[in-house]
Design a protein around this ligand. Structure first.
Ligand code: HC1
Ligand code: SF4
Length: 526
């Protein structure tokens, strides 16, 4: 135990702590931009300066506490020193942090960069605008250290778009808006303006994160308010992507049973599909051809619901936690299924622009449905897809299912289990984070499994690149817990869902063949 004083208040720190950590334990906030507990420390932005008892100024993130240290975080001269780092006020690039930081800083472009021509690059999902870069290195560390991709160049601050998988990790960690999703709101507003019938579907993970944009605790469930906001904006139909997730389970489980090439990798995460196509095209035949729940929901709305309701000109919008879904909807194989993909953040921006009062929204509002409720909301958290498929198989073959992937507290990492179906042992794995999958592939260990779920974002979609940015990264777990709390049919499988029985009997026929194959399966670029 190390006795110190912060702002003249005696407190106790622990060996090895830096000043930032010691202050945080005492609930004393020290502003910073490049510091993030989930990324390796770099001491780049220089904003976390504090004054010591001897009058010197040090960076809190890279200075370890020492016995008797006197630390001042509220000295007014610090304000002037930090102002030297930034000039010319530009609050819009602070991306929601202005309330805490704009009192301290007047611009987020380092002085040495002013006047220099800067590069702006775009993919189908992400805008990389280096004119708003403060050189904190968060994006770089997220891309290489967390995701293991390395599409960003640290030295000249450029991006190699050929290497980028659109996962959005750089966006999640960017403290300004230098890295941001490519906005699709204008496309949606155009559809409204030309009189299209606009339907919206919400991904599982949006309902446990959207409320954060309106000041609610991380992991607050807001399904009803989310639906209600969409109706107020003029969306004619509001669907749940979870319905498509149930169909994905049906199709994927049946595909798995008949498939020769194993392991079967899930393909509902577009970041992972991009990864396979760019880095391991030889593994394309291992990807399930079952479409993602987003594409399946879109296909069923456009082909079945629209016909049943005699709707022409239907425009389908997806709202999800993911930046790479913007890539996915441009794939020629599914481009007729979904017309526009917004992030959770973009939808929150729309709520604000429509001046909708969050607190007065109806929290009991319910989804429209194609044929009934979808159940598998747990797709939104790491392990959800594999669990859905395992439960389906166990129910079909009358084997007791033991819940194994619930409450998995892993950030990145692999978890595995075995089930025995029809006398055969089947090995299932979940990969949380693309670097876990990359490791499995590089070591060829993937060949020892039968089914592998991969989610590019650590912890799955709840932690997608399009989600509200949160300062306490550890709280992402609250979103996963919330997803599992919503999953009210946890002991049942999609085989018990009468909506599935209805849609297959009434419309699709048998899984994996005929119309079901045509509408619910896809292919990839070799
Ligand atoms: Fe996801 Fe999925 S879970 S990919 O993370 O399979 O985006 O939430 O919508 O499609 O259901 C995202 C989330 C989402 C699909 C489903
Ligand atoms: Fe790297 Fe992902 Fe950002 Fe692309 S989107 S630059 S892969 S972190």
């Amino acid at each position: 135990k190390i006795p110190i004083k912060i702002n003249d208040i005696p407190c106790v720190a622990r060996e090895g702590m830096n000043i930032l950590e010691a202050a945080a334990e005492e609930n004393i906030y020290i502003p910073r931009l490049c510091g993030n507990e989930s990324l390796p420390p770099v001491s780049k932005c220089g904003i976390c300066i504090v004054k010591l008892g001897d009058g010197t100024t040090v960076r809190a993130c890279s200075t370890q506490v020492k016995e008797g240290m006197e630390i001042f975080t509220n000295d007014l001269t610090l304000f002037d020193e930090s102002k030297k780092i930034f000039v010319d006020y530009s609050p819009e690039i602070l991306d929601g942090k202005s309330s805490t930081i704009d009192v301290l800083f007047t611009h987020f472009r380092p002085e040495h960069d002013r006047g220099k021509s800067v590069q702006k690059t775009e993919t189908q999902s992400i805008v990389f605008d280096f004119s708003l870069c403060i050189k904190c290195n968060c994006c770089f560390r997220a891309c290489i250290d967390l995701q293991g991709i390395g599409a960003l160049n640290e030295n000249d601050h450029t991006v190699n778009v050929e290497d980028c998988i659109s996962c959005g990790a750089c966006v999640t960690f960017c403290p300004t808006t230098a890295m941001r999703e490519k906005r699709e709101i204008p496309k949606l507003l155009h559809a409204f303006s030309v009189g299209k019938i606009v339907a919206i579907q919400f991904a599982p993970a949006v309902r446990v994160s959207l409320a954060e944009l309106f000041g609610k605790p991380v992991g607050t469930i807001c399904t009803g308010k989310m639906i209600s906001a969409a109706r107020k904006m003029g969306f004619r139909y509001v669907f749940d992507t979870t319905f498509g997730a149930d169909l994905t389970v049906y199709e994927e489980a049946n595909e798995f049973l008949t498939r020769e090439k194993r392991p079967m990798f899930t393909s509902c995460c577009p970041g992972f599909v991009n990864f396979i196509e760019r880095y391991h095209p030889d593994l394309i035949p291992y990807l399930t051809t079952t479409k993602s729940p987003m594409a399946i929901t879109g296909a069923v709305i456009k082909n079945h619901f629209a016909m049943k309701m005699c709707l022409k000109n239907i425009f389908v919008v997806f709202v999800g936690p993911c930046t790479a879904k913007k890539d996915e909807i441009c794939r020629h194989q599914i481009m007729n299924d979904v017309d526009c993909a917004l992030t959770t953040r973009e939808f929150g921006e729309m709520i604000e622009n429509y001046e909708i009062d969050w607190d007065s929204l109806n929290d009991k509002e319910e989804f429209d449905t194609v044929a009934g409720e979808g159940w598998t909301v747990e797709f939104g958290a790491s392990g959800g897809v594999a669990t859905g498929v395992m439960k389906y198989l166990c129910a079909k073959y009358n084997v007791p299912y033991e819940v194994v992937f619930e409450n998995v507290p892993l950030m990145t990492g692999l978890k595995e289990t075995t089930i025995t179906i029809d006398g055969k042992e089947l090995k299932f794995a979940i990969c949380s984070g693309i670097s876990t999958a990359a490791n499995l592939i590089d070591t060829e260990l993937y060949l020892t499994y039968d089914f592998i779920e991969v989610m590019s974002c650590p912890l799955g979609c709840v932690n997608g690149g399009g989600q509200p940015k949160i300062s306490k990264y550890a709280q992402i777990h609250n979103r996963s817990k919330a997803i599992r709390n919503i999953f009210k049919n946890a002991n049942k499988t999609v085989l018990d869902n009468s909506a599935m029985e209805y849609v297959y009997t009434d419309y699709l026929g048998d899984p994996g063949v005929g119309l079901a194959h045509k509408l619910l399966h896809t292919s990839f670029q070799e």
